[in-house]
Design a protein around this ligand. Structure first.
Ligand SMILES: [Zn+2]
Length: 88
């Protein structure tokens, strides 16, 4: 049984940090309806997903993947780079 995600499970916007998000429902395309997550603050949008039953889980999942990619790198990485530069 796959886990169902709803709008409240979506991560904050990776660009502006807003949690004011919505699901944008596009025009039907080949009997499928495109859904995507949109930030109401900066209008960033997630990947389109197509689902016959208007299931928003996949749209939320894609948005969360993208939000995860944009988590800032740990500061320790930057520190290590400076240490390498300093010792070289
Ligand atoms: Zn945003």
């Amino acid at each position: 049984m796959k886990s169902e995600l709803s709008l409240k499970d979506a991560y904050p916007c990776p660009f502006c940090g807003s949690d004011d998000l919505k699901i944008d429902i596009g025009d039907e395309y080949c009997k499928r309806t495109p859904l995507k997550m949109v930030c109401c603050e900066c209008e960033a949008s997630g990947s389109h997903v197509y689902h016959p039953d208007n299931d928003i889980s996949e749209a939320v999942r894609k948005w969360n993947q993208r939000a995860s990619y944009n988590v800032p790198s740990p500061v320790v990485r930057i520190t290590n780079k400076f240490e390498i530069l300093a010792s070289g």
